[in-house]
Design a protein around this ligand. Structure first.
Ligand code: 4AD
Ligand code: MG
Length: 432
């Protein structure tokens, strides 16, 4: 039996016969020749079938097989600098499993709505393929980063009895005789885990009933949330900075061909180095006040256009700290030097994606947190366990949440976060 090879590892098989198993990405025929671009999931390889070198039945079957026909081809691997990917297969045998005619996604341009409806097939096309391979590398790099720093993975639940990030965008579900909510963030549970294990992170799907149709919002997205015991806001900033540098470096190291398919300007990624610019909300407000395109009012949260102005000023992510407490979540610690501000940070990615990270030092004082829960009109009985963390050995602690899809959208240079999810969930779309 000939060795089964994958396209990504063809370099290991130069001048040997291999068997490739995949689908026809593209085919062109000239008389006694078929050129098949065979897609096997790991890459695309150019395969050449000379009529005289292959069984007649195979030559005819390939002749009838359209885009996305499934087939196996056996042939000799030749290094060829002109071939896409650098290798060409001189085919001598093979079999067509299913000849397909009329695959819905042709190489011509399709609108985004059509493609989203065809997501189950669209995944096979080059751009989604490259994007999701970058997503994979981002996830691997994140896990590796936290693992190498001895952060323990402790995942948070999806069903929760109460809100975490405000009540306006909660998904409510029937839960037997009562109501439950799909989690907006795993943070509160990560805080409990940090008191048990020190440094932890959780990584899973989170949900927000966003009634907005922006290019930054999904209703279901993945969030990675580290939480550190005995940590201050500065520790949170340093961790976020190191993490983002590591992730970008790893994507550059492992996913160059994919970034090329996406036509990503990699010089912009090479520029992602420490230190990241850091400024306070007040400093950012001063910049926006003098900017002709801004409608910002002091005291408000930054809108998408404001974030774009601030992030376009820098070639690397910018870290904005100390927002007014009133625009931020109940659990954030107040700045002792200015109690109208929260000890928090938003990290804005360059090139218009906006906020990719939100984090803070947490309120670790029992009475202060009780007051916050009352001010935010949250049901105290559901937060008793969270308050226990402040009753039994409370310590300064903090962490952040990284939005995976926005991070991937930034690294890939995507127009819309929905492309960074294999199965995007949006206000008007949960199919397929
Ligand atoms: O800033 P957020 O709301 O922070 C939290 O949920 C904290 N509890 C995290 C923590 O401190 N552990 O959300 C964190 C990140 C945002 O910066 C953004 O990247 C992403 O989650 N995000 C979304 N991504 C896609 N679609 C949405 N609707 C998102 N909402 C937030
Ligand atoms: Mg935020």
């Amino acid at each position: 039996m000939t060795t089964i090879a994958s396209v990504q590892h063809l370099s290991r098989f130069v001048d040997q016969d291999v068997r490739l198993r995949g689908w026809i990405y593209h085919k062109s025929s000239k008389g006694k020749l078929h050129f098949v671009q065979l897609r096997d999931g790991t890459g695309i390889a150019q395969c050449v079938l000379f009529q005289k070198d292959v069984p007649e039945a195979l030559f005819e079957a390939v002749g009838r097989a359209g885009q996305e026909s499934s087939l196996e081809l056996v042939g000799r691997v030749k290094a060829d600098a002109r071939a896409p990917g650098g290798y060409e297969i001189s085919v001598n045998d093979g079999v067509v499993h299913q000849a397909v005619d009329g695959y819905p996604i042709s190489p011509k341009e399709h609108g985004p709505d059509f493609l989203l409806s065809q997501r189950h097939l669209w995944l096979r096309s080059k751009r989604p393929w490259a994007t999701l391979r970058v997503r994979d590398a981002v996830i691997t790099a994140l896990r590796q980063f936290f693992d190498s720093r001895d952060f323990l993975l402790v995942d948070s639940p999806v069903f929760t009895p109460s809100a975490c990030e405000g009540t306006s965008n909660l998904f409510e579900v029937e839960y037997f005789e009562r109501k439950a909510y799909l989690t907006q963030s795993g943070q509160l549970y990560a805080e409990a885990a940090a008191m048990a294990f020190g440094n932890v992170y959780c990584f899973g799907p989170t949900f927000r009933a966003e009634k907005s149709k922006t290019r930054r919002h999904l209703t279901e997205f993945w969030m990675l949330e580290p939480e550190m015991a005995y940590a201050t806001l500065d520790d949170v900033l340093d961790l976020a900075e190191d993490m983002l540098c590591h992730v970008v470096q790893e994507v550059l190291r492992r996913r160059r061909p994919e970034l090329e398919i996406l036509e990503r300007d990699t010089a912009k990624l090479e520029a992602i180095q420490k230190p990241f610019p850091r400024m306070t909300y007040d400093q950012a407000a001063e910049i926006l006040k003098n900017h002709p395109d801004s409608t910002f009012r002091y005291g408000d949260d930054f809108g998408a256009p404001d974030e774009t102005i601030l992030s376009n000023m820098h070639d690397r992510p910018v870290m904005i700290t100390r927002y007014p407490k009133d625009v931020k979540a109940f659990y954030m610690k107040r700045d002792p030097e200015d109690p109208t501000k929260a000890l928090c940070v938003d990290v804005l990615a360059p090139e218009g994606v906006g906020e990719i990270i939100g984090g803070s030092q947490r309120e670790d004082d029992l009475d202060a947190l009780l007051t916050r829960i009352k001010e935010h009109e949250l049901p105290q009985e559901f937060f008793e366990w969270f308050l226990d963390l402040r009753r039994y050995g409370t310590v300064p602690h903090g962490g952040f949440g990284l939005g995976l899809e926005r991070t991937v959208a930034w690294i890939c240079g995507l127009e819309h976060v929905r492309e960074a999810s294999p199965w995007p969930r949006l206000m008007y779309r949960i199919e397929p």
